[in-house]
Design a protein around this ligand. Structure first.
Ligand SMILES: Cc1cc2nc3c(=O)[nH]c(=O)nc-3n(C[C@H](O)[C@H](O)[C@H](O)COP(=O)(O)OP(=O)(O)OC[C@H]3O[C@@H](n4cnc5c(N)ncnc54)[C@H](O)[C@@H]3O)c2cc1C
Length: 666
């Protein structure tokens, strides 16, 4: 017995499909703006486009009420530097990100985010999301501003990251989208972009999709399109359906937006960058074990004998008090948070942390495993804020962690929480639940690359915009995704107001329809999506892992192509759900090709991009300090050189603010 389908057919039966199936039935939707992906970025794009008076549709893979990485909540919002308490300016914050990454992040996108992040959060407040301590639960706390009742995370001096009560942020966005008249197509697996004349590189005039309940085919015709489909976390993951709940991200993070953009001729940048893989299943449920990172920043960690592990500043100086952990230290401007798409932070901006020499100290016997989070050593305000307010609102934690632990009797006033016992290297980073050392080094995640956008957050293709964290070059986290969505939605709507009617190419639609249903017509002996998904992950791990050379990359490309033309071409889907997952495998292969082709073009190793070419071992040669935008023209790769600070060079103005004022619109 070789496939999942064979096993099921011999040993079990699949439950009857609960929806009527109408494979091949075509539905047409005509709209001014189409938003692909209804996560937080997509909902914001749709809401803000609709507010401009145009007709808007969202095509969403899951259900927009709770879908996406932000669907289950959020507890802290980054980049809100224009809030009334902040001591950081958009210029300072943008420079901190750009300089930390030595130019390998979209400075213009960062600037747009910092200019509008606070306004976007105020919009959320208008929708009913609590962003202030309105009930005075934390009156007098040193992380709270008494006048505005705003509460801050990480850096209590500079106050640019805001703690929010975001467990219901997604349902509120969803309601708002409906209120302003957005048409939402849930369970829609978007499969391709439609272009004028069916030509690669031409204006984008819509998209195709398959309803994963009914199997029906959808043709969306739109004057403007916004891609907001999130990241591609599944690219090197064997069994994503198990692991998605285990660590950060979303099962639907299959890189479909990047794949359809790549196939339509959109330009990408830095897709050769990668980092240790996240969605890998070797970790623990997010925020479920002792740790001192992110939501738990500042939490005291003690060893089995109750001895506390020291916190240090970025210069290695031991911090004397718990309060110091939340303050920039001498020699620093301000502290950036983590998880904002900045893989390396300059000392001036880095957070205080548990001493990273902890693995060595454990080895020497200075501390004894297991380790514990001892929140009793925090002030009462801080303890209640981390365990109650933040864990109660963070994504994926309200029910599985906060409720479950509380009902089981966990009380942070007197109990400690244990950290995983793991290889000692894992204690290098205070995010102990992520399971770092358990993850094979071959498992990589994309490292900040994505669509190359201009100051309007438009791609190189007419009519195509993009937003979000994982989709674009220069994106970040939750707040960044909302904010870029809001901005891209506005611009897409403005474009749509004067754009010509979208005329789709019937041959392109027909070809996509044939492709979309191929899997339901194959033999039941064919592989299912799980086998194909695992094979893609295998190829990406082996041939495009941390270390690569021209030969491994070319072998990887060959194997992806063979997989596409053999096992994937004959793979079988027994219902619309499996069909959706198989169509995602096509997307994953396209993203894999994009990553490998970009990797072939950078003939130099690069430390910021965590990019290691064994055949070009010299690290960071000066002549390779540049971006290499890549796109397909007539299915052939085209690459050009672009300076890192292209966004401040002609045709753009020389300063961030001038460009913002020229492009932000109203
Ligand atoms: C557990 C957890 C906790 C987090 N906590 C925080 C936090 O406290 N602060 C913070 O700043 N960030 C946090 N983040 C990160 C933050 O949630 C993400 O950066 C943010 O949600 C990204 O938003 P997005 O809209 O770009 O992508 P997503 O939220 O991933 O949305 C993408 C959407 O596109 C849809 N889609 C995908 N493919 C298709 C397709 N083919 N057709 C149609 N639709 C498609 C998906 O279903 C999804 O709804 C957290 C993430 C997780 C997982």
């Amino acid at each position: 017995m070789s496939t999942w389908h064979e096993y099921i057919q011999r040993n079990a039966s699949i439950p009857e499909w609960p929806y009527p199936i109408n494979y091949g039935k075509v539905n047409e939707v005509v709209t001014d703006v189409l938003v692909i992906g209804g996560g937080v970025a997509g909902c914001q794009a749709a809401i803000n486009a609709a507010k401009k008076g145009v007709k808007v549709a969202i095509a969403e893979r899951g259900h927009a009420k709770r879908s996406g990485s932000g669907g289950a909540g959020v507890d802290h919002w980054h980049g809100a530097v224009t809030n009334p308490c902040s001591k950081v300016t958009p210029e300072m914050y943008t420079r901190a990100c750009y300089d930390s990454m030595q130019g390998y992040t979209g400075g213009h996108v960062r600037y747009i985010i910092t200019k509008e992040s606070w306004d976007t959060l105020l919009d959320c407040e208008q929708m009913g999301i609590q962003i202030r301590d309105v009930n005075d639960e934390f009156k007098g706390a040193d992380f709270r501003d008494e006048e505005t009742k705003l509460m801050f995370a990480y850096d209590y001096e500079n106050k640019h990251i805001i703690r929010v009560w975001g467990y219901d942020i997604k349902p509120k966005l969803y309601e708002e989208a409906k209120r302003v008249g957005v048409n939402i197509y849930n369970r829609m697996m978007v499969t391709s972009l439609l272009t004028e004349g069916g030509n690669q590189g031409a204006r984008v005039v819509g998209a195709t999709g398959v309803d994963t309940h009914t199997g029906e085919f959808y043709v969306f015709r739109s004057k403007a399109t916004v891609i907001a489909t999130g990241g591609a976390g599944r690219l090197s993951v064997f069994a994503p359906e198990i692991t998605a709940s285990g660590t950060m991200a979303d099962m639907n993070s299959a890189g479909v937006g990047q794949a359809i953009g790549w196939n339509a001729g959109a330009e990408f940048v830095c897709t050769e960058a990668s980092g240790p893989g996240g969605l890998v299943g070797f970790g623990y449920a997010p925020y479920s074990t002792a740790n001192a990172s992110n939501t738990y920043h500042g939490t005291p960690i003690v060893d089995a004998d109750g001895k506390e592990v020291p916190w240090i500043d970025v210069f290695g100086r031991e911090l004397k008090t718990v309060e110091d952990r939340f303050l920039p230290q001498e020699g620093q401007q301000f502290q950036l948070g983590i998880g904002i798409g900045i893989s390396r932070t300059n000392q001036e901006f880095r957070l205080n942390d548990i001493n990273p020499d902890l693995p060595e100290r454990l080895r020497r016997g200075e501390f004894k495993l297991p380790l514990y989070a001892d929140m009793t050593r925090l002030s009462e305000m801080e303890r209640r804020c981390i365990w109650g307010m933040m864990v109660g609102n963070e994504g994926k934690t309200r029910i599985p962690i906060y409720d479950t632990y509380t009902k089981a009797g966990f009380d942070p006033d007197k109990d400690m929480m244990q950290a995983p016992v793991m290889p000692l290297e894992g204690y290098f980073n205070a995010c102990y639940w992520a399971g770092g050392p358990n993850t094979p080094p071959t498992v990589r995640g994309m490292g900040g690359g994505g669509f190359l956008l201009d100051w309007d957050l438009k791609t190189n293709l007419e009519g195509l915009y993009a937003a979000a964290g994982g989709t674009i070059f220069g994106g970040g986290c939750h707040g960044e995704s909302h904010t870029t969505g809001r901005y891209a939605g506005r611009h897409a709507a403005e474009y749509a107001k004067t754009a010509a009617e979208p005329v789709a190419d019937s041959r392109q639609i027909e070809a996509e329809k044939t492709h979309s249903y191929s899997a339901v017509k194959q033999s039941k002996e064919g592989n299912g999506w799980k086998e194909i998904n695992a094979a893609i992950a295998r190829i990406m791990r082996d041939y495009c892992g941390r270390h690569k050379n021209e030969l491994t990359l070319n072998l990887g490309l060959r194997l992806l192509n063979e997989l596409k033309t053999t096992e994937l071409a004959s793979a079988y889907a027994s219902n619309p759900h499996e069909l959706g997952r198989l169509l995602e495998c096509h997307a994953l292969i396209s993203v894999g090709e994009l990553v490998i082709k970009a990797s072939l073009e950078r003939k130099a190793s690069n430390s910021i991009l965590d990019f290691h070419r064994l055949d070009y071992p010299e690290m960071d040669p000066p002549e390779w300090q540049k971006l290499l935008p890549i796109k397909q023209v007539d299915d052939k790769v085209e690459v050009r050189d672009l300076p890192l600070d292209f966004h401040l060079k002609p045709p753009y103005a020389p300063t961030y603010e001038e460009n913002y004022q020229l492009h932000c619109g109203s």
